[in-house]
Design a binder for this molecule. Structure first.
Ligand code: UDP
Length: 251
């Protein structure tokens, strides 16, 4: 098979040119990074789990009418997605205080917020993805007012969907990050959910025990990351079949 052209390599994924125009192959690596890549490791099986989990969430979103970049899963580590122009913002939705919000505002981790709070960070690794306001976003032309209205509505719909899916399997969706892409269709453009939705970009706590089932397990050295992600996948019924022991046939 001809070698595919690599478009971009990030911390957790590699993007290759897709088989048809307007498509991209997204390859999920096992690499884990935290604290702006100051902490790094290779976690066996993480890429396979995130590929499956992102497929599961993106497919569910599209079933309730939330547009996403996901087209189809290709294999254990790769999925075909729509090529889009990524808006240079990390859109964070928070239901409970944690992480940087707890530090910034002095609110104990786990405190329920009065309502979901949406924050925006400017996507720039060299600057450590700083928090920005809608004033910055408008003034620097990263997104228009119409885009911001659409982004807020997408973020809140993703939050409602993800909160419900997680609640159904005994998991609290504390917060998450999404990225938004712009696609052009004839004379029109619209915004879609892009990148990935996985335990790498969410905070997921077991409702009963408070056990963390997300990337904080790696950030804070709380145990085995693959076990945590596998637990999320198992509860949702999306564990890859290869992880299930094959019954021995006797006749
Ligand atoms: N997040 C992410 N990528 C980032 C920054 C944050 O996926 O570059 C996610 C993170 O996993 C969490 C949420 O966004 O679910 C809020 O993260 P926070 O601002 O608290 O930052 P952190 O404490 O993780 O540095």
């Amino acid at each position: 098979m001809a070698r595919r052209k690599k478009i971009y390599e990030g911390k957790a994924k590699i993007l290759y040119e897709g088989p048809e125009p307007g498509t991209i192959v997204q390859y999920f690596k096992d690499d884990a990074t935290a604290f702006n890549a100051e902490k790094k490791d290779v976690i066996d099986g993480k890429g396979v789990l995130n590929n499956r989990l992102s497929e599961y969430f993106m497919t569910g979103l599209s079933q309730i009418g939330v547009p996403t970049h996901f087209i189809r899963r290709l294999n254990m580590r790769e999925q075909l997605v729509r090529n889009c122009e990524i808006i240079p913002l990390e859109v964070i939705v928070r239901n409970y205080a944690a992480g940087s919000m707890s530090q910034r505002l002095g609110i104990a981790e786990g405190t329920q917020l009065p309502r979901p709070i949406v924050e925006y960070c400017y996507k720039d690794d060299a600057l450590g993805d700083p928090l920005v306001t809608e004033e910055h976003i408008a003034a620097f032309g990263w997104a228009s007012q119409q885009d911001m209205d659409d982004i807020l509505s997408l973020a809140l719909r993703v939050n409602d969907f993800m909160s419900g899916v997680m609640l159904a399997v005994g998991i609290r969706l504390v917060d998450f990050k999404i990225e938004i892409g712009r696609v052009y269709e004839g004379d029109f453009q619209r915004l879609i959910v892009a990148d990935e939705i996985s335990p790498d970009s969410c905070r997921l706590w077991d409702i009963e025990t408070g056990q963390k089932l997300d990337k904080d397990v790696f950030r804070r050295d709380l145990g085995n990351l693959t076990d945590a992600y596998s637990e999320v996948a198992r509860r949702l019924g999306v564990l890859p079949k290869t992880n299930v022991a094959k019954p021995t046939l006797i006749n």
